[in-house]
Design a protein around this ligand. Structure first.
Ligand SMILES: [Zn+2]
Length: 286
């Protein structure tokens, strides 16, 4: 599932490819994504220029002609591919899947002068939506919490939020109204590096633990972006590649492997919290 770092990489890749380019036409092969794509979707993007691309939480946002916005969410399995005219091989710019994409899942194709950009999504949990104005866009995202990499996500903010909460820290990190963009994989990584038990109630966290959560969140996410970023530098010449960050996981998907903390002889265990796999070391994370 694409998380914030992966979406950031997609955004950076798209910035290199489609910024200031004009969409010549759009083909929708399947309107039944998570939300049905309206009939006027193609027409409202045709011959329009992409003037800016940015990210909010796990959404990629395209500014269209300075007035409209196209928001894109990759859901569970969405990937973006680029294909040059005359070249049958696609380039996956979503960095962590192979380049083979079963064409029947190519739901959206954006045509530009010399190339096309394809949205592929086997499970169809992703979606696209057009926002007609900046106000509409701001309203759409108004309930989302601050960006984990931004200044608003700080110790005072969390301390205040945690005062009134009886949730455990794992669920809190996944709460998009508290902080937007942390997913299941990085929540385990952040708590492992903070040495905090995922089941610990947030009202019981000390100030120094909260500080640790803030700093490890920023570290883990920016490190993952850097790792992914380094593998996409020459993405135009690569046909499909894997991101490097999986190799750096210290807890996630490491059930029964030895804990990587020096001197610890325990094994990483896997539990379910809210039906989501959660990995941690009982010895190191208190
Ligand atoms: Zn340990």
């Amino acid at each position: 599932m694409p998380e914030l770092p992966e979406v950031e990489i997609v955004k950076q890749s798209l910035n290199k490819i489609v910024k200031f380019k004009t969409i010549s036409k759009v083909i929708v092969n399947n309107r039944n994504l998570r939300f049905k794509i309206p009939k006027n979707f193609e027409k409202s993007l045709k011959k329009k220029k992409i003037t800016k691309i940015f990210r909010k939480s796990k959404y990629v946002i395209f500014q269209i002609n300075f007035e409209q916005y196209l928001i894109m969410h990759l859901g569970m399995s969405g990937t973006i591919h680029m294909s040059d005219k005359g070249n049958k091989k696609n380039t996956n710019i979503s960095f962590y899947h192979g380049r083979d994409l079963p064409e029947k899942h190519n739901h959206l194709i954006f045509f530009f002068d010399k190339f096309k950009v394809i949205y592929n999504d086997p499970r169809r949990f992703g979606f696209v939506k057009i926002m007609k104005s900046k106000d509409e866009l701001i309203k759409y995202f108004s309930k989302l919490g601050p960006e984990p990499l931004g200044n608003k996500f700080n110790t005072n903010y969390l301390k205040q939020k945690f005062n009134k909460s009886i949730k455990n820290i794992k669920n809190s990190l996944l709460d998009q109204n508290l902080v937007s963009g942390i997913g299941n994989i990085y929540a385990s990584e952040i708590l492992f590096r903070s040495k905090i038990n995922p089941l610990k109630k947030v009202e019981n966290l000390t100030l120094s633990e909260i500080r640790k959560i803030i700093s490890k969140t920023k570290f883990v996410l920016s490190h993952a972006i850097n790792k992914g970023g380094s593998s996409i530098r020459d993405f135009k010449n690569v046909s499909g590649f894997k991101g490097n960050y999986q190799k750096e996981f210290m807890a996630y998907s490491r059930e029964n492997y030895l804990c990587l903390n020096r001197g610890c002889e325990s094994k990483i265990i896997k539990i379910n919290i809210n039906n989501r796999a959660t990995y941690y070391c009982k010895n190191c994370q208190k």
